[in-house]
Design a protein around this ligand. Structure first.
Ligand code: ATP
Ligand code: MG
Length: 415
């Protein structure tokens, strides 16, 4: 992508009503635009990051047998009345159609997915099954002050699994947990993300959150360093001990809940009469699990933890572009630098590398400052000085380390 053609720019003046760090950093670097409190638009650079996050999640959900679907966001009231959640789900957006019927904007999809899967699953032979979607969710959040961490419109991956027995659910639940950690590793968040025990509900003693340590996190977690797990606030209030080892000495930290998995049991299969026939033709309630993760919240969390005072530092797998190529034309022979930079750009792109090419007619200072804000992992700088040594400068955003590499070695080095 040529930066001269990118319709968005980095900005210096931020709207005064935006106080969250992640939203400020993303707005300043030209990744998102704010529409209203808790409502943001994704701009080209931001949308690339969001898509990469979603694709990583997609790959890992596919790998554990998840089948991707896409459910509607406009949900009839009757379905929510069935489960008693029309009145009880406190952040539900409700709207009236011209047919005088009421609808909810999708805040979660148990009410849709349960009758949907019921139509396809008749006997034990059809189980287990897992379906998921990555879709926009709507919640009328009270405190929409944390930028993309708590949107009123946001992206969620929600996977639902259906089983013939509790054992089968438990087994899948463990597999899903592993997949989640694989995902956080790819996001560059693994070393600060804790499996966190939270209250469960009627079916299981605990549910599990995935909490990523971050200064501006809205949640407080209690880490047991013996077990490398954590407990969330409500639980700690109830039981005061590590559910694993019984330890009561915790490290207290601020964190962001980036994922949440839950054993639903028959909470949704019962109201929808979702049963299956066993080997003898006897009917049983289907046992369910649900597994949520928020790509937009993840994006914000990555920004909260991977930055310095100059801007964002994207982990490789989620960076908008892996390489930021900067041409500094200079005064003596600007055509030569432009030509060399153009050739490198073409070579890299031809070889499948993702490059943001700063070909703009602006000062070196502005180019460097923008590159710091945007935060691509590798920066390539072509200038009269580097060309005089038949080389190009390669600098890593993370530690600022720079080295000169010969022009004909660029591809090999970056591949
Ligand atoms: P929280 O406790 O933070 O309000 P939740 O427990 O209600 O979230 P779930 O319903 O389990 O969240 O949603 C699954 C995932 O969706 C969460 O782990 C989070 O990553 C994401 N998510 C939930 N609410 C929001 C929101 N308002 N904005 C952005 N992401 C969200
Ligand atoms: Mg929660």
């Amino acid at each position: 992508m040529r930066q001269s053609k990118l319709f968005t720019k980095t900005i210096k003046e931020l709207p005064k009503d935006e106080t969250s760090f992640n939203a400020q950093a993303l707005m300043r670097a030209g990744f998102i635009d704010k529409v209203a409190a808790g409502i943001y638009a994704m701009l080209p650079l931001g949308y690339r990051v969001l898509n990469k996050i979603s694709d990583i999640i997609r790959e890992e959900m596919d790998a554990i047998g998840g089948q991707e679907i896409f459910m509607p966001a406009l949900l009839p009231k009757e379905l929510w009345q069935r489960t008693n959640r029309w009145e009880n789900f406190d952040v539900l957006f409700k709207i009236m159609g011209t047919d005088k019927k009421e609808y909810a904007l999708g805040a979660t999809h148990e009410e849709i997915v349960t009758p949907l899967v019921k139509k396809q699953v008749l006997s034990y032979k059809d189980l287990p099954v897992a379906v998921y979607q990555i879709q926009t969710k709507f919640r009328n959040e009270l405190r929409a002050k944390a930028g993309l961490i708590r949107g009123r419109e946001f992206s969620m991956k929600d996977l639902y699994s259906f089983h013939k027995s509790e054992d089968d659910l438990n087994e899948y639940y463990k597999i899903a947990q592993k997949a989640y950690f694989k995902i956080f590793e790819r996001f560059g968040l693994l070393d600060r993300t804790y499996l966190t025990f939270a209250s469960g509900g009627a079916f299981s003693k605990y549910s599990h959150e995935f909490q990523t340590l971050a200064e501006n996190g809205e949640d407080t977690i209690y880490i047991c360093d013996n077990c490398d797990i954590a407990i969330n606030k409500e639980i700690i209030d109830e039981q005061k001990k590590c559910p694993n080892c019984g330890n009561d000495d915790f490290r207290v930290e601020k964190a962001v809940e980036v994922g949440n998995i839950f054993k639903l049991g028959t909470r949704f299969s019962k109201p929808f009469g979702f049963k299956f026939a066993d080997e003898e033709g006897k009917q049983h309630d289907v046992i369910m699990g649900c597994y949520g993760m928020g790509p937009t919240r993840v994006m914000a969390t990555i920004v909260e933890v991977h930055h310095d005072d100059k801007g964002i530092i994207w982990p490789e797998e989620v960076a908008p572009y892996r390489i930021h190529l900067i041409s500094l034309k200079g005064k003596n022979d600007p055509a030569r630098v432009a030509e060399a930079a153009e050739k490198i750009y073409q070579d890299l792109v031809k070889n499948g590398l993702e490059v943001l090419f700063d070909d703009r007619e602006t000062s070196a200072g502005e180019k460097f400052a923008d590159a710091d804000l945007i935060g691509c992992p590798y920066r390539l700088i072509v200038s009269e000085k580097t060309l005089a040594a038949a080389s190009i400068e390669l600098k890593t955003r993370k530690d600022g380390k720079a080295e000169l590499i010969p022009l004909d070695g660029v591809l090999k080095k970056l591949k």
